[in-house]
Design a binder for this molecule. Structure first.
Ligand code: UPG
Ligand code: MN
Length: 764
């Protein structure tokens, strides 16, 4: 039923099936003979979607009408207030539904013509691309993971002399430098190997884990095994030294750069460290086949306790400046260290948009989706963001451009540096100075550029405000993208069949909730600030894009309506207050329609984008958990911040866990294991729902004429039943598990006390 709603045609089919496509196509040759480098297709089945949306709106009107006309004016005060609360919650859900409809109103899908790009630009004429990789902690983000990402982006199918890879290390760790030196050496064999075998993906770890050795060609197989062996040896060396925690003396002697660490007192207090590990201009740095290598630079910007370092945004801004003095490429791709390149053509794809002669000059950045390599089949923590990545960002694109999501994004250097949109930029990238012809030696460059990464450099400048990534927001990416959009630019969402990047999702419930807290906190902070899209973007970006942003910016306040719906109907069931229409009345229909039709549509979307039924259930559960904990805490923190009591922080998401935890993750068993206020809330709510459900059933059973109680409370019991069902893993974690990932006993007792207290209040 839903399968027809959105088209997803892979690029190779596109040229064959043009006549079949219903949506508007803009990829044909123009009358002036110009062949565009990309084409845009609208989603199919929009009419169906819009009919569905309209039916829900009518449904919402019915619900509102019911709430107003059945207001319990003759009953007690409590009844009336609770009723008003229900009405407000429903109004909120209705409004939020409206925003999700705006986002889905007109999704567009983009397809590129890479062959046209190659025909138009020979290797010489292609622009330079600087690639930024960020890492921040050698324990949470192991150096082997970091260098796999680095190697995967060094190996892009793109002229290596045009590529430069910059690693920003906020962990200020010599272990990372050591790993990077190893990677630099390994790249000499890895890059030719990738070219020869057309390796995909180009992260050695992912490649050797997933791809079997070639069997038909014995020479090839031998080479394959030898490269695999040298990768594994390298990995072993890096892991041994990482475990050791310091660089052994003999290795320190091999690279004079380690000497810098004599002056590092801690990762929060050290000078800027800049090392050009591969100088792409140097004719002596070649790979095994004598082809040039991409430039490779390590930067750990200066940190001093007195100066705020602004987390990832600060790191990226230092990279923007340093790279502008070394290679100054007109386009910048930035990726997180946990997101390796999974598609060696992604740069060419992105350039098809940015270099398109007709539309390219309007595009500030090309955003790829965040996809993940460590998801399990049913994605227990709902981390895949399937629908967000598959549909919502395409919807943003239709409304003016996807938001910037921090990784997997190719930006114009000028836009990142604060330039507003204008017609003149049309040719700007061609005229940018190509610093490959830079005369200074690497060591002179290193010395000269350090000042650009110093703590004081930004004092009294517009960096972090109007230039570069924006500061003081836990989601620097969204805020930066928003200011680019208000500058008159559009952006483009590119989601080719073969995922461009694969990242890592958190493997524990708590990590996942904390990550969502950071996101929703940052998003809502933007909404509350002068950067609220309705104010900041007024007259500067389309109203439908302003509204689209709200789908994420309003995550946090969603908590109240949800908390109300999770708590009040349960509580009132115990108290004997009926909040929904009688089962026998036809007013029940709008409520049932809202629940079932909405869920079926959501399920349809989810499955259409590759999910499973259980995966969808898991996602529903996770949305509920996030709304009652992450979003709630985020909201409170935002208010505290607004009152000046606290300041934004960036809690780095852990990318490694111990073996037991990993094992449970693979088996899709929910991980608790530690105490946390978030768990206390989840457990208390789950118990409240359970007690009410049991209480409700008991009342029905004890009722003389079973029918009357059931008639009055049927819908409320149904709601409780759904909540209990979603909470099953929590009861399991509290009462039926013995492993180390179960709910800690203290949390169980604490929440039991809470829930019993609430029930007692309800009953007396
Ligand atoms: O002080 C810091 C903190 C983080 N990072 C880097 O930022 C990236 C993202 O951090 P991570 O802990 O993995 O957070 P995620 O929640 O996975 O990040 C998502 O959310 C962030 C905004 O909150 C975006 O910046 C990211 O691109 C997006 O993937 C990583 O490469 C870190 O190394 C730094 O460079 N310096
Ligand atoms: Mn991450």
């Amino acid at each position: 039923m839903y399968a027809g709603i959105y088209t997803r045609i892979n690029a190779s089919q596109v040229s064959l099936n043009l006549s079949e496509v219903v949506g508007k196509v803009t990829g044909e040759m123009k009358s002036n003979g110009y062949l565009p480098l990309f084409e845009t297709r609208q989603a199919r089945g929009l009419l169906l979607f819009r009919l569905y949306a309209a039916s829900i709106f009518v449904d919402i009107c019915f619900i509102c009408f019911y709430r107003v006309s059945y207001f319990p004016s003759l009953q007690g005060k409590t009844e009336r207030w609770v009723w008003i609360g229900m009405f407000l919650a429903e109004l909120w859900f209705g409004f939020y539904f409206f925003v999700t409809v705006v986002v889905r109103w007109n999704p567009v899908f983009r397809y590129t013509f890479k062959n046209r790009l190659s025909a138009r630009y020979d290797e010489e004429a292609l622009p330079g691309v600087d690639i930024f990789v960020c890492t921040a902690d050698p324990l949470l983000e192991p150096p082997t993971m970091v260098i796999n990402t680095v190697l995967s982006v060094m190996a892009y199918d793109y002229p290596p002399e045009k590529l430069s890879v910059y690693l920003s290390d906020d962990g200020g760790s010599d272990l990372t430098v050591y790993a990077l030196l190893e990677a630099a050496r390994f790249s000499q064999v890895w890059l030719p190997f990738c070219r020869k075998l057309k390796v995909e993906p180009r992260s050695p770890e992912a490649y050797f884990r997933n791809i079997a050795e070639p069997v038909d060609d014995s020479v090839m197989a031998k080479e394959w095994l030898s490269i695999k062996k040298s990768y594994e040896d390298m990995k072993m060396r890096i892991e041994t030294i990482t475990k050791l925690g310091k660089i052994p003396a003999d290795i320190r002697k091999e690279h004079k750069g380690f000497g810098e660490w004599d002056f590092v007192s801690s990762r929060y207090d050290h000078q800027a460290i800049l090392q050009i590990l591969i100088d792409g201009r140097d004719p002596n740095t070649m790979d095994m086949e004598g082809k040039p290598l991409p430039t490779l630079v390590y930067l750990s910007r200066e940190k001093r306790p007195k100066y705020h370092h602004h987390f990832k945004a600060g790191a990226l801004n230092a990279l923007i400046r340093v790279s502008s003095s070394i290679t100054n490429a007109p386009f910048i791709l930035n990726v997180d260290c946990d997101m390796y390149s999974n598609n060696s053509e992604a740069i060419r794809d992105a350039l098809c948009f940015l270099l398109d002669e007709e539309k390219g000059h309007e595009i500030a950045f090309v955003q790829y989706p965040q996809s993940f390599g460590n998801l399990t089949k049913n994605d227990i923590y709902g981390s895949s963001l399937r629908v967000v990545m598959g549909l919502e960002l395409a919807g943003f694109d239709g409304n003016g451009g996807p938001c910037y999501i921090g990784t997997g994004c190719v930006n114009r250097r000028e836009t990142l540096c604060g330039m507003k949109y204008s017609e003149e930029v049309k040719v700007a990238w061609r005229t940018m100075k190509n610093d490959r012809k830079n005369k200074e030696s690497a060591s002179v460059l290193e010395e000269n550029c350090k000042v650009l990464a110093s703590c004081t450099y930004e004092e009294g400048t517009q960096w972090g405000k109007e230039i570069g990534l924006r500061y003081d927001c836990p989601v620097e990416d969204i805020l930066t993208g928003l200011s680019i959009h208000t500058g008159g630019w559009r952006s483009v969402y590119s989601n080719p069949e073969r995922k461009a990047f694969l990242g890592v999702v958190p493997t524990t419930l708590l990590q996942s909730l904390i990550q969502h807290k950071r996101w929703s906190e940052g998003d809502f902070q933007i909404f509350l600030s002068k950067h609220c899209p309705f104010v900041y973007g007024r007259g500067k970006m389309p109203i439908k894009l302003q509204l689209s942003y709200c789908i994420y910016l309003l995550w946090a306040p969603n908590c109240f309506a949800t908390l109300y719906y999770v708590i009040m109907p349960s509580f009132c069931l115990l108290k004997g207050i009926s909040l929904f229409p009688k089962m026998s009345s036809s007013w029940g229909i709008p409520f049932l329609y809202a629940i079932f039709v909405n869920s079926s549509y959501g399920l349809g979307e989810f499955v259409w984008f590759g999910g499973t039924f259980r995966g969808w259930l898991n996602e529903q559960r996770t949305w509920m958990f996030r709304r009652t904990t992450s979003y709630f805490f985020a909201f409170i923190d935002d208010i505290l911040k607004l009152c000046g009591f606290s300041r934004s922080a960036f809690a780095i998401t852990g990318k490694v866990a111990d073996d037991h935890v990993n094992q449970r993750y693979e088996q899709e068993i929910m991980e608790f294991g530690t105490t946390s206020p978030m768990f206390s809330i989840l457990a208390a709510l789950a118990l409240l729902n359970l007690f009410s459900f049991v209480g409700g059933i008991k009342n029905v059973a004890l009722d003389d004429v079973h029918i009357t109680v059931f008639d009055r409370f049927g819908l409320q019991i149904l709601l409780c039943c759904l909540l209990v069902f979603l909470n099953l893993p929590i009861y399991q974690g509290m009462f039926f598990r013995k492993d180390s990932g179960k709910m800690p006993t203290s949390v169980t007792y604490q929440s039991l006390t809470f829930a019993l207290l609430a029930c007692t209040i309800a009953m007396y």
